[in-house]
Ligand binder design. Structure first.
Ligand code: SAM
Length: 344
């Protein structure tokens, strides 16, 4: 059987053929590589909605403050202090600790007294706070964050675990491990063990030790175009497929690190099905008995379902249980999120 990477490489002609004059014009007017826009038409079904997506990607999502109860006396006091500096904070519906920030403060959000005290983590958008909430980690858990730097999600997990149990935070990049450590330190995380290693090696070192695993995989960032407009042109189709191949290796390792029946949350800040559903589809082939499950609902989050088919390639009905978040409909960064259960 051909791998999904082989199938996706074979789709290139089909993708190129779908670059109609209208697609080309739209891509040019917003400054994208045309193949990207052609794929968005396949994803969203029409040029009208694609235009809305591209317009939403013209501006960054709102900076987002996640109140860190490992350090902050209360989220109410944090809000009061930041509003005192001139910011306006609006709570998101899915968590009483997460606030989107508006206005201009007298001190930048990454340099306030409260930031240095570790009262909050500054996320680039609100969507990044959703995956840790879906993993269901609590005190006394054993949790693996398989791609942890700079630590936004790991520190949220530690907060949800109330600094109890064990959080193993794995990161391959030496430079990024430094940032991860200093963020965890600032935020008062004491239940984390930081390991500089490749996540692919976790199963052979730890075995199936973790009832809960988060994999926020490295990706092309096709959901972060609003934050980094260079991503409109940076990624070739071949880069995308290579990213898919790396994500498959990481997701297979994540599933093989989870305890029997354990929860594995796979997420990428990308709207590319090549990095979303196609990765899950390939990993399911490599880890027999693993399956996709429904993620718990979160107040005020109405995700789009994953795609079951892509340019005629079938993934499977399970993909409906995965989540897609888009800037034009959800007001977040673009994200793919999928909850899996490891084999028994
Ligand atoms: N979860 C992080 C957060 O919320 O702050 C962001 C993770 S970022 C999307 C992906 C990370 O995976 C990067 O820091 C990258 O260096 C790391 N990475 C890439 N390949 C890896 C590998 N083979 N094993 C472990 N980490 C890896």
């Amino acid at each position: 059987m051909r791998t999904y990477a082989e199938v996706l490489r074979g789709l290139w002609t089909r993708v190129k053929e779908s670059i109609t004059p209208e697609v080309k014009e739209l891509a040019e007017s917003f400054g994208y590589r045309p193949y990207m826009v052609a794929r968005y038409v396949e994803l969203l079904g029409g040029l009208g909605e694609v235009r809305e997506l591209l317009e939403a990607f013209q501006s960054p999502p709102p900076p987002t403050v996640r109140c860190n109860l490992l350090r902050a006396p209360s989220c109410g006091l944090l809000v009061e202090r930041l509003e005192g500096l001139g910011y306006s904070l609006e709570r998101v519906p899915w968590s009483d600790r997460v606030f989107v920030v508006g206005g201009r403060g007298s001190v930048s959000l990454g340099a306030t007294h409260e930031f240095l005290l570790g009262w909050y983590y500054l996320h680039r958008g609100p969507g990044a706070t959703i995956p840790p909430l879906l993993l269901g980690a609590g005190p006394s858990d054993r949790v693996l964050d398989a791609a942890a730097a700079p630590g936004g999600k790991a520190s949220f997990l530690a907060d949800l675990m109330r600094n109890e149990g064990v959080l193993v935070a794995v990161e391959v990049s030496r430079a990024r491990v430094g940032v991860l450590r200093s963020n965890l330190e600032r935020l008062g995380v004491r239940n984390a063990v930081v390991e500089r290693m490749r996540a692919e090696a976790v199963p052979s070192v730890f075995g199936r030790f973790f009832p809960r695993v988060l994999l926020d995989a490295p990706c092309t960032g096709e959901g972060l175009i609003g934050i980094d407009p260079l991503r409109k042109v940076r990624t070739s189709y071949e880069d995308l497929i290579r990213s898919h191949e790396r994500q498959v290796r990481l997701l297979v390792a994540a599933l093989n690190s989870a305890s029997p029946g354990g929860a594995v949350l796979y997420t990428v800040c990308s709207i590319a099905p090549e990095e979303g559903e196609a990765v899950v589809a390939e990993a399911l082939r490599w880890v027999p008995g693993a399956r996709v499950v429904r993620a718990p609902r979160l107040p005020g989050v109405d995700p789009a379902p994953g795609v079951t088919e892509w340019f005629g390639v079938e993934f499977g009905d399970w993909a409906r249980h995965c989540w897609r978040l888009y800037p034009h409909t959800h007001g977040t960064e673009g994200f793919f999120i999928c909850l899996l259960e490891a084999p028994q």
